[in-house]
Ligand binder design. Structure first.
Ligand code: C5P
Length: 232
């Protein structure tokens, strides 16, 4: 399974993202496109970035009734993205439908990754608003287990959870982990962070890095440093 650094391209326009990608003359980084860019520029932005030779994680976090998710995933699959995601809270049936929709006629499909509980959801809100009265870590692991049962490839999680996810769901189950910072870097608004080396040690498969690369004085050098500390 390919370990890689995925750059979170959290830009609001095509112009900004293309200017950023133009900086990379040799490397073709794996990039994450989120809702903001996708909703402002539409599917064309995916096609254009793909045409430039980048792998794409389309981070749209689908969550709807199974048939709707199935049909929508079929559309994303035709866009030829490499990885996409959904909310495990949509149930095992929804996740199974998603895989059916994603699978192309030739049997290939993009990797499918689940979001468990968002890191913005606190224990208190989960109990009071969502009426889930168990420790949030247990919910995360239970949702990861459900995702595995449904046939998904992995989950988005904190690097702090990657080890346990692998223990419960197996080494082949992919962990995609944001919240990674250089030891000498600015943490920003991320609370629980790990360095690339630590993420590697705990078994993260893909790290998702945004501002430490996109806002760096030299984004290409920052990207290369993440690659060498995480993979090299
Ligand atoms: O700029 P930064 O490295 O913090 O960006 C991390 C990326 O990972 C952002 O696109 C953010 O939305 C995403 N993410 C996260 N924490 C999660 C899930 C996704 O930071 N729990």
């Amino acid at each position: 399974m390919g370990k890689d650094v995925i750059i979170a391209c959290d830009f609001s326009s095509k112009k900004a993202v293309m200017e950023f990608l133009d900086l990379f003359t040799e490397e073709k980084p794996f990039v994450k496109i989120g809702m903001e860019l996708y909703y402002s520029e539409g599917p064309e932005i995916v096609k254009e970035i793909k045409k430039r030779g980048h792998k794409i994680f389309l981070d749209l976090k689908l969550h709807d009734i199974p048939i709707t998710v199935k049909k929508s995933m079929a559309v994303l699959s035709r866009l030829d993205v490499d990885m996409c995601n959904l909310h495990a809270a949509g149930t095992v049936a929804m996740m199974e439908a998603a895989i059916e929709g994603l699978t192309r006629e030739d049997g290939t499909r993009p990797l499918l990754i689940a979001v468990t509980q968002l890191t913005s959801t606190s224990q208190e809100r989960m109990e009071k608003e969502l009426l889930i009265p168990v420790p949030i870590d247990e919910v995360v692991m239970h949702y990861a287990h459900n995702s595995k049962l449904a046939g998904l490839d992995g989950v988005v999680c904190s690097p702090l959870e990657a080890g346990l996810v692998h223990e419960i769901c197996g080494d082949d189950f992919i962990t995609v982990t944001p919240g990674v910072r250089f030891a000498d870097g600015n943490v920003g608004d991320q609370v629980r962070v790990m360095t690339p080396e630590q993420a590697k040690e705990v078994g993260s498969d893909y790290i998702v890095v945004g501002r430490p690369i996109t806002a760096a004085d030299d984004p290409v050098a920052a990207y290369k440093r993440f690659i060498s500390e995480f993979i090299g």
